[in-house]
Design a protein around this ligand. Structure first.
Ligand code: TXA
Ligand code: MG
Length: 320
Protein backbone atom coordinates (compact mmCIF):
# COMPACT_ATOMS: atom_id res chain seq x y z
CA UNK A 1 0.00 0.00 0.00
CA UNK A 2 2.82 2.42 0.85
CA UNK A 3 4.59 1.63 -2.45
CA UNK A 4 1.45 2.38 -4.41
CA UNK A 5 0.93 5.64 -2.51
CA UNK A 6 4.55 6.62 -3.24
CA UNK A 7 3.99 5.96 -6.93
CA UNK A 8 0.89 8.13 -6.90
CA UNK A 9 2.80 11.01 -5.27
CA UNK A 10 5.35 10.69 -8.08
CA UNK A 11 2.44 10.88 -10.53
CA UNK A 12 1.40 14.20 -8.94
CA UNK A 13 -1.69 12.77 -7.23
CA UNK A 14 -3.11 13.75 -3.84
CA UNK A 15 -2.54 11.24 -1.03
CA UNK A 16 -3.54 11.54 2.63
CA UNK A 17 -1.18 9.80 5.07
CA UNK A 18 -0.70 9.49 8.83
CA UNK A 19 2.00 11.36 10.72
CA UNK A 20 2.70 11.29 14.46
CA UNK A 21 0.85 14.64 14.81
CA UNK A 22 -2.22 14.60 12.51
CA UNK A 23 -3.02 13.20 9.04
CA UNK A 24 -1.43 15.15 6.19
CA UNK A 25 -2.67 15.70 2.63
CA UNK A 26 0.43 15.18 0.52
CA UNK A 27 1.52 16.14 -2.98
CA UNK A 28 4.82 16.52 -4.84
CA UNK A 29 6.31 19.80 -3.53
CA UNK A 30 8.20 20.34 -6.80
CA UNK A 31 5.02 20.45 -8.90
CA UNK A 32 2.88 23.59 -8.96
CA UNK A 33 -0.02 21.63 -10.46
CA UNK A 34 0.08 18.88 -7.82
CA UNK A 35 0.24 21.43 -5.01
CA UNK A 36 -2.62 23.48 -6.50
CA UNK A 37 -4.89 20.44 -5.98
CA UNK A 38 -4.19 20.56 -2.23
CA UNK A 39 -5.51 24.12 -1.99
CA UNK A 40 -8.58 23.19 -4.08
CA UNK A 41 -9.44 20.05 -2.07
CA UNK A 42 -9.15 21.80 1.30
CA UNK A 43 -10.66 25.12 0.26
CA UNK A 44 -7.45 26.62 1.65
CA UNK A 45 -6.70 30.35 1.21
CA UNK A 46 -3.81 30.71 -1.26
CA UNK A 47 -1.84 32.99 1.09
CA UNK A 48 -1.33 30.15 3.58
CA UNK A 49 1.98 28.31 2.92
CA UNK A 50 2.44 24.53 3.25
CA UNK A 51 4.95 22.49 5.22
CA UNK A 52 7.37 20.39 3.15
CA UNK A 53 7.98 16.88 4.52
CA UNK A 54 11.22 15.02 3.92
CA UNK A 55 12.30 11.45 4.68
CA UNK A 56 16.02 12.10 4.54
CA UNK A 57 18.31 15.03 5.48
CA UNK A 58 20.00 14.84 2.07
CA UNK A 59 16.88 16.44 0.56
CA UNK A 60 17.48 19.67 2.49
CA UNK A 61 20.08 20.91 0.00
CA UNK A 62 17.45 21.11 -2.74
CA UNK A 63 15.01 23.01 -0.54
CA UNK A 64 16.84 25.56 1.59
CA UNK A 65 19.68 28.07 1.08
CA UNK A 66 21.45 27.73 4.43
CA UNK A 67 21.11 25.76 7.63
CA UNK A 68 21.97 27.98 10.62
CA UNK A 69 23.72 26.36 13.60
CA UNK A 70 20.55 26.52 15.73
CA UNK A 71 18.64 24.66 13.04
CA UNK A 72 21.24 21.87 12.88
CA UNK A 73 21.06 21.43 16.65
CA UNK A 74 17.28 21.23 16.57
CA UNK A 75 17.28 18.74 13.69
CA UNK A 76 19.71 16.53 15.60
CA UNK A 77 17.57 16.74 18.74
CA UNK A 78 14.01 16.50 17.35
CA UNK A 79 14.03 15.04 13.82
CA UNK A 80 12.33 12.88 12.91
CA UNK A 81 9.57 14.50 14.97
CA UNK A 82 6.91 17.15 15.51
CA UNK A 83 9.04 20.23 14.79
CA UNK A 84 8.71 22.33 11.63
CA UNK A 85 11.64 24.66 10.94
CA UNK A 86 11.21 27.81 8.84
CA UNK A 87 14.30 28.34 6.65
CA UNK A 88 15.33 30.43 3.63
CA UNK A 89 13.78 28.72 0.58
CA UNK A 90 15.44 27.76 -2.71
CA UNK A 91 13.67 28.23 -6.05
CA UNK A 92 13.14 24.50 -6.78
CA UNK A 93 10.07 24.40 -4.54
CA UNK A 94 6.78 25.16 -6.32
CA UNK A 95 5.91 28.79 -5.53
CA UNK A 96 2.41 27.95 -4.27
CA UNK A 97 4.02 25.83 -1.49
CA UNK A 98 5.51 28.93 0.12
CA UNK A 99 2.58 31.19 -0.87
CA UNK A 100 5.17 33.53 -2.38
CA UNK A 101 7.23 33.89 0.85
CA UNK A 102 11.04 33.70 0.73
CA UNK A 103 11.01 31.04 3.47
CA UNK A 104 9.79 27.44 3.65
CA UNK A 105 8.69 25.25 6.56
CA UNK A 106 10.35 21.82 6.59
CA UNK A 107 9.87 18.81 8.80
CA UNK A 108 10.81 15.15 8.94
CA UNK A 109 7.91 13.23 10.52
CA UNK A 110 8.64 10.27 12.80
CA UNK A 111 5.58 8.15 11.98
CA UNK A 112 6.95 4.96 10.36
CA UNK A 113 4.31 5.05 7.59
CA UNK A 114 5.07 8.70 6.77
CA UNK A 115 8.83 8.09 6.78
CA UNK A 116 8.53 5.01 4.57
CA UNK A 117 6.27 6.87 2.12
CA UNK A 118 8.66 9.83 1.91
CA UNK A 119 11.71 7.62 1.48
CA UNK A 120 9.96 5.44 -1.09
CA UNK A 121 8.89 8.34 -3.33
CA UNK A 122 12.20 10.20 -2.89
CA UNK A 123 10.45 13.57 -3.27
CA UNK A 124 9.82 16.45 -0.87
CA UNK A 125 6.10 16.27 -0.07
CA UNK A 126 4.01 19.36 0.67
CA UNK A 127 1.33 18.44 3.20
CA UNK A 128 -1.07 20.50 5.27
CA UNK A 129 -3.41 18.80 7.73
CA UNK A 130 -5.89 16.67 5.74
CA UNK A 131 -9.06 18.49 6.83
CA UNK A 132 -11.34 20.95 5.10
CA UNK A 133 -9.97 24.41 6.04
CA UNK A 134 -11.45 25.59 9.33
CA UNK A 135 -12.43 22.11 10.59
CA UNK A 136 -10.53 20.34 13.39
CA UNK A 137 -7.44 18.54 12.03
CA UNK A 138 -7.89 14.80 11.32
CA UNK A 139 -6.42 12.27 13.73
CA UNK A 140 -7.94 9.17 12.06
CA UNK A 141 -8.50 8.07 8.47
CA UNK A 142 -12.26 8.30 9.14
CA UNK A 143 -11.87 12.04 9.88
CA UNK A 144 -10.07 12.49 6.55
CA UNK A 145 -12.82 10.63 4.70
CA UNK A 146 -15.51 12.68 6.46
CA UNK A 147 -13.92 15.89 5.15
CA UNK A 148 -12.30 14.99 1.83
CA UNK A 149 -14.01 11.92 0.34
CA UNK A 150 -14.21 12.32 -3.44
CA UNK A 151 -11.70 15.19 -3.48
CA UNK A 152 -8.47 13.19 -3.09
CA UNK A 153 -6.88 10.25 -4.90
CA UNK A 154 -6.12 8.02 -1.94
CA UNK A 155 -5.47 7.60 1.75
CA UNK A 156 -3.00 5.45 3.64
CA UNK A 157 -4.75 4.29 6.84
CA UNK A 158 -2.23 4.02 9.67
CA UNK A 159 -4.73 4.09 12.54
CA UNK A 160 -5.04 6.96 15.01
CA UNK A 161 -2.17 9.46 15.12
CA UNK A 162 -0.07 9.66 18.30
CA UNK A 163 0.31 13.24 19.52
CA UNK A 164 -3.00 14.45 18.08
CA UNK A 165 -1.97 18.12 17.63
CA UNK A 166 0.10 19.63 14.82
CA UNK A 167 3.84 20.18 14.84
CA UNK A 168 5.53 23.14 16.48
CA UNK A 169 6.44 25.83 13.91
CA UNK A 170 9.68 27.67 14.70
CA UNK A 171 11.35 30.30 12.49
CA UNK A 172 15.08 29.60 12.59
CA UNK A 173 15.90 31.96 9.71
CA UNK A 174 16.27 34.77 12.29
CA UNK A 175 19.21 35.26 14.71
CA UNK A 176 16.86 34.58 17.63
CA UNK A 177 14.42 31.84 16.62
CA UNK A 178 10.73 32.68 16.99
CA UNK A 179 7.81 30.39 17.84
CA UNK A 180 4.97 30.80 15.32
CA UNK A 181 2.79 27.86 16.38
CA UNK A 182 3.04 25.82 19.60
CA UNK A 183 2.79 22.08 18.91
CA UNK A 184 4.08 18.60 19.60
CA UNK A 185 7.56 19.69 20.70
CA UNK A 186 7.32 22.09 23.66
CA UNK A 187 9.06 25.45 24.03
CA UNK A 188 10.74 24.09 27.17
CA UNK A 189 12.26 21.21 25.15
CA UNK A 190 13.45 23.58 22.40
CA UNK A 191 14.98 26.05 24.87
CA UNK A 192 16.87 23.21 26.56
CA UNK A 193 18.73 22.73 23.24
CA UNK A 194 19.24 26.28 21.84
CA UNK A 195 18.42 28.62 24.72
CA UNK A 196 15.73 31.31 24.86
CA UNK A 197 13.43 31.67 21.84
CA UNK A 198 11.10 34.55 21.01
CA UNK A 199 7.34 34.00 20.98
CA UNK A 200 5.30 35.59 18.16
CA UNK A 201 3.42 38.36 20.07
CA UNK A 202 0.25 37.38 18.17
CA UNK A 203 0.19 34.13 20.18
CA UNK A 204 -0.18 36.08 23.42
CA UNK A 205 -2.29 39.09 22.47
CA UNK A 206 -5.08 39.42 19.94
CA UNK A 207 -3.94 42.79 18.62
CA UNK A 208 -0.96 41.94 16.41
CA UNK A 209 -0.93 40.03 13.10
CA UNK A 210 0.54 36.51 13.35
CA UNK A 211 3.83 35.87 11.50
CA UNK A 212 2.54 32.49 10.35
CA UNK A 213 -0.27 33.14 7.85
CA UNK A 214 -2.26 30.08 8.93
CA UNK A 215 -2.58 31.31 12.51
CA UNK A 216 -4.86 34.18 11.54
CA UNK A 217 -7.76 31.95 10.48
CA UNK A 218 -10.47 30.66 12.85
CA UNK A 219 -9.14 27.17 12.91
CA UNK A 220 -9.97 23.96 14.63
CA UNK A 221 -13.59 24.95 15.13
CA UNK A 222 -16.50 22.51 15.50
CA UNK A 223 -19.99 23.71 14.55
CA UNK A 224 -21.18 24.04 18.15
CA UNK A 225 -20.35 27.10 20.24
CA UNK A 226 -17.20 26.53 22.35
CA UNK A 227 -16.56 28.33 25.64
CA UNK A 228 -13.42 27.90 27.75
CA UNK A 229 -13.99 27.80 31.49
CA UNK A 230 -11.37 28.00 34.23
CA UNK A 231 -13.27 26.53 37.19
CA UNK A 232 -15.52 23.52 37.81
CA UNK A 233 -17.95 25.66 39.83
CA UNK A 234 -18.51 27.88 36.80
CA UNK A 235 -18.95 24.84 34.53
CA UNK A 236 -21.60 23.40 36.90
CA UNK A 237 -23.44 26.73 36.87
CA UNK A 238 -23.25 27.20 33.07
CA UNK A 239 -24.32 23.61 32.38
CA UNK A 240 -27.40 24.06 34.58
CA UNK A 241 -28.30 27.35 32.83
CA UNK A 242 -27.88 25.93 29.30
CA UNK A 243 -29.95 22.85 30.17
CA UNK A 244 -32.74 25.10 31.47
CA UNK A 245 -32.74 26.77 28.05
CA UNK A 246 -33.16 23.34 26.45
CA UNK A 247 -29.73 23.25 24.84
CA UNK A 248 -27.74 20.05 24.33
CA UNK A 249 -24.65 20.56 26.46
CA UNK A 250 -21.23 18.91 26.15
CA UNK A 251 -18.30 19.17 28.56
CA UNK A 252 -14.70 18.35 27.72
CA UNK A 253 -13.10 17.84 31.12
CA UNK A 254 -9.43 18.18 30.32
CA UNK A 255 -8.48 17.53 33.95
CA UNK A 256 -10.05 16.43 37.22
CA UNK A 257 -12.90 14.10 38.11
CA UNK A 258 -15.80 16.50 38.79
CA UNK A 259 -19.27 15.04 38.17
CA UNK A 260 -20.76 17.23 35.40
CA UNK A 261 -24.51 17.08 34.71
CA UNK A 262 -24.05 17.67 30.96
CA UNK A 263 -25.60 15.57 28.17
CA UNK A 264 -22.18 14.43 26.96
CA UNK A 265 -18.94 14.39 28.99
CA UNK A 266 -15.47 13.43 27.71
CA UNK A 267 -12.34 13.37 29.88
CA UNK A 268 -8.62 13.77 29.28
CA UNK A 269 -6.46 11.83 31.74
CA UNK A 270 -3.28 13.89 31.31
CA UNK A 271 -2.09 16.76 29.10
CA UNK A 272 -0.74 14.22 26.59
CA UNK A 273 -4.00 12.27 26.54
CA UNK A 274 -6.00 15.51 26.23
CA UNK A 275 -3.92 16.48 23.15
CA UNK A 276 -4.34 12.99 21.71
CA UNK A 277 -8.16 13.05 21.86
CA UNK A 278 -8.90 16.79 21.48
CA UNK A 279 -9.79 16.99 17.77
CA UNK A 280 -11.71 13.70 17.80
CA UNK A 281 -13.74 14.89 20.81
CA UNK A 282 -14.66 18.16 19.04
CA UNK A 283 -15.78 16.20 15.97
CA UNK A 284 -17.79 13.71 18.13
CA UNK A 285 -19.59 16.54 19.90
CA UNK A 286 -20.70 17.90 16.52
CA UNK A 287 -21.85 14.48 15.37
CA UNK A 288 -23.91 14.07 18.53
CA UNK A 289 -25.57 17.42 17.91
CA UNK A 290 -24.19 19.38 20.86
CA UNK A 291 -25.36 23.02 20.88
CA UNK A 292 -22.75 24.25 23.30
CA UNK A 293 -19.39 22.89 24.48
CA UNK A 294 -17.75 23.91 27.77
CA UNK A 295 -14.06 23.09 27.94
CA UNK A 296 -12.02 23.16 31.14
CA UNK A 297 -8.80 25.10 30.54
CA UNK A 298 -5.32 23.61 31.14
CA UNK A 299 -2.06 25.22 32.28
CA UNK A 300 0.10 26.51 29.38
CA UNK A 301 3.13 24.34 30.19
CA UNK A 302 4.59 21.62 27.96
CA UNK A 303 2.03 20.48 25.41
CA UNK A 304 -0.55 22.52 27.40
CA UNK A 305 0.58 25.61 25.44
CA UNK A 306 -0.46 23.96 22.15
CA UNK A 307 -3.71 22.62 23.65
CA UNK A 308 -4.72 26.09 24.89
CA UNK A 309 -3.72 27.69 21.56
CA UNK A 310 -6.04 25.35 19.62
CA UNK A 311 -8.82 25.68 22.21
CA UNK A 312 -8.65 29.49 22.12
CA UNK A 313 -9.09 29.36 18.34
CA UNK A 314 -11.94 26.84 18.55
CA UNK A 315 -13.64 29.13 21.10
CA UNK A 316 -12.96 32.30 19.09
CA UNK A 317 -11.52 33.76 22.30
CA UNK A 318 -14.60 33.09 24.48
CA UNK A 319 -13.37 32.36 28.01
CA UNK A 320 -15.01 32.76 31.42
O1 TXA B 1 1.89 18.52 12.23
C1 TXA B 1 1.84 19.20 11.21
O2 TXA B 1 2.54 20.22 11.05
C2 TXA B 1 0.87 18.75 10.09
C3 TXA B 1 1.39 17.42 9.52
C4 TXA B 1 0.59 16.95 8.34
O3 TXA B 1 2.75 17.55 9.22
N1 TXA B 1 0.77 19.76 9.08
C5 TXA B 1 0.14 20.95 9.31
O4 TXA B 1 0.10 21.78 8.23
O5 TXA B 1 -0.36 21.25 10.37
P1 TXA B 1 -0.87 23.04 8.11
O6 TXA B 1 -0.76 23.47 6.71
O7 TXA B 1 -2.21 22.67 8.61
O8 TXA B 1 -0.19 24.12 9.01
C6 TXA B 1 1.03 24.71 8.61
C7 TXA B 1 1.27 25.98 9.37
C8 TXA B 1 0.36 27.09 8.93
O9 TXA B 1 -0.02 27.86 10.06
C9 TXA B 1 1.26 27.89 7.98
O10 TXA B 1 0.86 29.24 7.87
C10 TXA B 1 2.61 27.73 8.64
O11 TXA B 1 2.62 26.40 9.11
N2 TXA B 1 3.73 27.93 7.69
C11 TXA B 1 4.11 27.12 6.68
N3 TXA B 1 5.15 27.64 6.00
C12 TXA B 1 5.42 28.83 6.59
C13 TXA B 1 6.38 29.88 6.34
N4 TXA B 1 7.26 29.80 5.33
N5 TXA B 1 6.37 30.95 7.18
C14 TXA B 1 5.49 31.03 8.19
N6 TXA B 1 4.57 30.08 8.48
C15 TXA B 1 4.53 29.01 7.68
MG1 MG C 1 -4.08 22.76 9.30
Amino acid sequence: MIQEAALWIKQNKLIAFPTETVYGLGANALSYKAVAQIFAAKGRPSDNPLIVHIGDNSQLDKLVKTIPANASKLMAAFWPGALTLILEAKEAIAENVTAGLSTVGVRMPSHPVALKLLQECGLPVAAPSANVSGRPSPTTAAHVIADLDGKIDGIVDGGATGIGLESTVLDVSKPTPMLYRPGGVSVEEIEAVIGKVDIDPALETADSAPKSPGMKYTHYAPNAEVILVDSDDTIHHLVAEAKKEGRKVAVFATTGTADYKADIVRRGESLEHTAHILYGVLRDFDEQGADIIYVKTVPTEGVGRAIMNRLEKAAGGKRV
